[in-house]
Design a protein around this ligand. Structure first.
Ligand SMILES: Cc1cc2nc3c(=O)[nH]c(=O)nc-3n(C[C@H](O)[C@H](O)[C@H](O)COP(=O)(O)OP(=O)(O)OC[C@H]3O[C@@H](n4cnc5c(N)ncnc54)[C@H](O)[C@@H]3O)c2cc1C
Length: 388
């Protein structure tokens, strides 16, 4: 098979990929991955194994309790997980964002949780989206007020990955009024422990990304210690802004992982399945879509690699990160569609991973930020009027 792996990948990163592949091979053989997807479960043993291998702690310095590493390392791990079980990669990216936030944001007592999150002992979730608020996230309605020496939170979050499994949820809530019409001001991030009556969850069963364990979270006078504020009060958006570019690159990594796995399966099946006395891969109708897929995947990968190098060099890469998320997500949606067509009925069979890749690739079009909003951002960066 044509090798499109990044030729400049450092030896240590190559070793990291191999280690993660071996770990996933032991813990998540394909039958098990498909079972987890079918049943929509979170396998704590796999999570723990990822923690013990040091990959959950990537993105936070070792002194802070993380495993160090660069965005390129986290990207490589994200891709490898997504190739096997894309919805677990969603959980992985969520955990990585928490790591970065806690490490970057002078996170006070909340940062004490970092080593346990990195080891997999503590599971965390990130609560931003609400029933009426997705793309328009600055309109969120959950509140947190100071009362009797603690935070008291009220509101509802939805689509929260690992909501039901989490020991702590990083909740974005309004602590202060909108200032000067700037809705981004006055939002804060608070680490809310889940083992209290004020926090309840309800599982939302989805047609894709099932092992992400997506939940509604209800906060009814939920409490958190005052020093569980992450970073500066009222400045959630500037804290998140620091991690947003990385999140978009890692989201692109999920797309690259799904795309690669779907293309591998497309090619394998095309070589094995026969029709009219020859492998269907001999038919241009099956072969050319695979060729388009490898070309698109390689182009997306090149964009992502360039962006990773910019971020690692400390350069601003907001528009590039946005382009990574858009390009990889849209390419992968096409790649899984081509794979499904090549496999006919077998693509839809539960025992085939293609149906999982097909369903899971849908998320890559609208989360963590919708591709339409990415286009808005890029349009504005091109100097066109803001469209929303
Ligand atoms: C599996 C899964 C896991 C998730 N995990 C989390 C999590 O852990 N934490 C969390 O906080 N959230 C999570 N989410 C939510 C995710 O971040 C949202 O789905 C995403 O932000 C989009 O919001 P929405 O789905 O409400 O879409 P909406 O905002 O309702 O948008 C619907 C459509 O309208 C379009 N649209 C809206 N506004 C504009 C505009 N101005 N210009 C152009 N088009 C526009 C969108 O592009 C989209 O096509 C998860 C979602 C899923 C499915």
């Amino acid at each position: 098979m044509l090798d499109t792996s990044p030729f400049e990948e450092p030896a240590e990163r190559h070793d990291l990929r191999s280690m993660v592949q071996a770990l996933l091979g032991r813990h998540l053989p394909q039958d098990r991955a498909l079972q987890i997807d079918r049943e929509g479960i979170f396998d704590r043993d796999v999570w723990q194994a990822l923690g013990e291998a040091g990959v959950l702690g990537l993105g936070a310095d070792e002194e802070a309790g993380g495993s160090g590493g660069t965005v390129g390392d986290a990207l490589a791990v994200t891709e490898e997980i997504a190739r096997v079980l894309p919805s677990l990669a969603v959980d992985y990216v969520t955990c990585g964002m928490a790591m970065r936030m806690l490490a970057d944001a002078n996170a006070g007592a909340a940062a004490a949780q970092l080593p346990d999150i990195a080891s997999g002992r503590t599971v965390c979730a990130f609560g931003m989206s609400e029933p009426g608020v997705g793309t328009d996230l600055l309109s969120l309605r959950t509140t947190a007020r100071e009362q009797d020496g603690q935070w008291v939170l009220n509101g509802q979050k939805t689509w929260i990955s690992l909501g039901q499994e989490a020991d702590v949820i990083f909740v974005v809530a309004r602590t202060d009024a909108v200032q000067d019409g700037r809705k981004g001001r006055g939002l804060s991030i608070i680490a809310v422990p889940t083992d209290q009556p004020g926090v309840t969850t309800r599982r939302v069963h989805l047609g894709g990304m099932r092992a992400a364990i997506t939940c509604e979270v209800f906060l009814d006078d939920a409490v958190a210690p005052l020093d569980h504020l992450v970073g500066t009060r009222g400045r959630a958006m500037s804290i998140l802004g620091q991690t947003l570019d990385v999140e978009r690159v890692l989201a692109a990594g999920i797309s690259l992982g799904i795309g690669r796995a779907a293309l591998d399966l497309h090619v394998q099946y095309a070589g094995e399945r026969e029709a009219f006395g020859a492998p269907i891969g001999a038919l241009q109708a099956v072969q050319h879509p695979a060729a388009d897929s490898i070309a698109e995947l390689t182009a997306a990968r090149a964009l992502v690699n360039t962006t990773v190098r910019m971020i690692e060099a400390g350069r601003s890469a907001s528009e590039m990160s946005a382009m990574c998320k858009l390009t990889a997500g849209e390419s992968t949606a096409r790649i899984v569609d081509r794979g499904m067509r090549a496999m006919g009925a077998m693509g839809l069979a539960e025992e085939s991973a293609m149906q999982m890749y097909f369903r899971d690739a849908r998320l890559q079009l609208f989360s963590p930020v919708s591709n339409e909003m990415i286009r808005n951002i890029l349009g504005e960066a091109l100097g066109l009027p803001r469209s929303y």
